[in-house]
Design a protein around this ligand. Structure first.
Ligand code: NDP
Length: 504
């Protein structure tokens, strides 16, 4: 039998008794000098860190990415430089709006965040299981998230808040249509796709750049829960997707995804019929057919959830040479927000937590100190740049090629408002099957039915604008007068908002 380890306190001192508090007499008051009791309670009191303000509930796994097609004409990223090349990665799947204890089967987008441990630093692809997003301007983000959380007075989820905001934000209609299809309740994390949603930049070793979108396609195939199945699952096993991922990997059934890319030249982007950086839209496959370039496999579970999954921190701002940002405004907001929320949640040195630290290369810079600086803090090496003591030097060859930007600085309004309805219309009319449409309408009616009638009318007018049949069927399900819906759909956004300020 293996020799038992001695129990110690956090500083290595052996503990003689871990069951009986030191008291004066028996029974008797506890003594202040029971430092073991005090330390144990004090540490326990501090076990919880702030939960993520979004994506609080999640599950993670390790795996690898393998390149299956030569992409060097588009990017010089070293981890993508050769067919057959493998890079280790960590992925975290999540829901968005619920708290850390919420059910995995909630209707919600699913986070799909990957950290590639490359030889040029960590590259994070922080996507979702939907190819688009609700809003295209980061100024709206905090408001949007508030509406998906709890009412400030009742502390309950609130269909009025939820639909009031969305119905006053017509660009959300595409994502709302996806969210209320059965893809809003994936059967497991293994049975859903992952999308960058945003457009990113790839640039090659000649300084030429391209706009790209990532699509990770599930090799297990799409499978969803119906609304009724999801309702049952929430009660039966609130952790069903977390459990499924862990158990599948333990069984050796390693889930995998094919990476397909859509690639657009800057010239094509300049002439495209809509704004290719608008995250409320996809690039239709007919225009930009996805090209398969690699495969991701998940083959190892974390050993400790808190250390590896809860403390994992991703940022769309973690690029490597060959990959950069685009003009997508939502992405620009996220470039700030992710690092910032992790500094709040985990502290300024969260990059030193093993799951977050670079593994394929060293980390060398002049940043020092701060809470939880747990490495050697640069030792005695210089802590300023420039210096003549042999400190690390920037390498200009790794920089992004210069790109031209010009324009008038202003709070520009989006100038293609009618675009908002074209793609959700195509999804409803051309992509969905009869069953998909029937489930979509049922899912919407059961949720929107909880909102005030004026909000129901305003939102249903948006469905009508995407496809009259869509609006008519939601109206029928909610017992709304289709004539009212049609009248609101024909108004401008401002008129519709005004007309539905109070009960119609
Ligand atoms: P395609 O027919 O080439 O592709 C349709 C896509 O829609 C497929 O990727 C399919 O995924 C996906 N899809 C099917 N059902 C749903 C659903 N309920 N919710 C979300 N996606 C679904 O068409 P286009 O490229 O011309 O696009 C038409 C519409 O399809 C778009 O307006 C958009 O709403 C939707 N779509 C388009 C995507 C794109 O990148 N072009 C990506 C995802 C959706 P799968 O093959 O796995 O079933």
């Amino acid at each position: 039998m293996a020799k038992k380890k001695t129990l110690t306190n956090n500083f290595g001192m052996p503990v003689a008794d871990d069951q009986n508090t030191l008291t004066a007499g028996n029974p008797g008051p506890a003594l202040m000098q029971d430092v073991h009791l005090l330390e144990k309670l004090a540490h326990f009191d501090r076990e919880r860190i702030p939960e993520r303000v979004v994506h609080a509930k999640g599950a993670g796994a390790y795996g690898y990415f393998e390149v299956t097609k030569d992409v060097t004409q588009w990017t010089k990223a070293k981890f993508l430089s050769k067919v057959g090349k493998r890079t280790d990665l960590f992925i975290r799947f999540s829901t968005v709006g619920g708290e850390k204890g919420s059910a995995d089967a909630e209707r919600d987008p699913r986070g799909f965040a990957i950290k590639f441990y490359t030889e040029e630093g960590n590259y994070d692809m922080v996507g979702n299981n939907t190819p688009v997003f609700f809003i295209r301007d980061p100024l709206k983000f905090a408001d949007f998230i508030h509406t998906q959380k709890r009412n400030p007075a009742t502390n309950c989820k609130d269909p009025d808040m939820f639909w009031d905001f969305l119905s006053l934000t017509p660009e959300s209609i595409h994502q709302v249509t996806i969210l209320f299809s059965d893809r809003g309740t994936p059967k497991t994390y293994r049975n859903m796709h992952g999308y960058s949603s945003h457009t990113y930049k790839w640039y090659n070793d000649k300084g030429k750049y391209f706009w790209v979108k990532y699509h990770f396609k599930s090799e297990q195939g799409i499978q969803n829960l119906t609304r009724e199945e999801a309702e049952i699952m929430k009660g039966k096993d609130p952790d069903h997707a977390t459990r499924d991922l862990y158990n599948a990997i333990e069984r050796g059934e390693y889930p995998s995804w094919r990476l397909e890319m859509q690639i657009m030249t800057p010239e094509q982007a300049a002439d495209y019929r809509f704004d290719p950086f608008d995250v409320t839209k996809v690039w239709p496959h007919g225009d930009y057919p996805p090209i398969t370039i690699g495969r991701m496999v998940l083959n190892r579970n974390p050993e400790n959830y808190f250390a590896e999954v809860e403390q994992a921190a991703f940022s769309p701002g973690n690029f490597v040479p060959g990959i950069g940002s685009s003009l997508d405004k939502m992405l620009q907001g996220r470039l700030f927000s992710y690092h910032d929320t992790h500094r709040h949640r985990l502290g300024p040195n969260y990059h030193l937590i093993p799951v977050n630290s670079a593994k394929g290369c060293p980390m060398n810079n002049y940043q020092r100190d701060g809470f939880m600086r747990v490495d050697d803090n640069g030792g005695g090496a210089p802590n300023y740049y420039p210096n003549s003591f042999g400190g690390p030097e920037p390498n200009p060859k790794t920089g992004e090629p210069p790109f031209e930007v010009s324009g008038i600085a202003a709070r520009h309004r989006y100038t293609h408002p009618n675009d908002d309805f074209v793609q959700p219309g195509a999804l409803y009319n051309k992509v969905m099957t009869d069953t998909d449409r029937e489930h979509l309408i049922g899912n919407i009616v059961s949720h929107l039915g909880g909102a005030q009638k004026r909000i129901q009318l305003r939102q249903t007018a948006l469905f009508y604008k995407a496809a009259p049949d869509y609006g008519n069927r939601v109206a029928k399900g909610l017992n709304l007068d289709v004539k009212d819906v049609k009248r609101l759909a024909e108004m401008s956004h401002e008129e519709r908002a005004q007309a539905t300020m109070s009960e119609v």
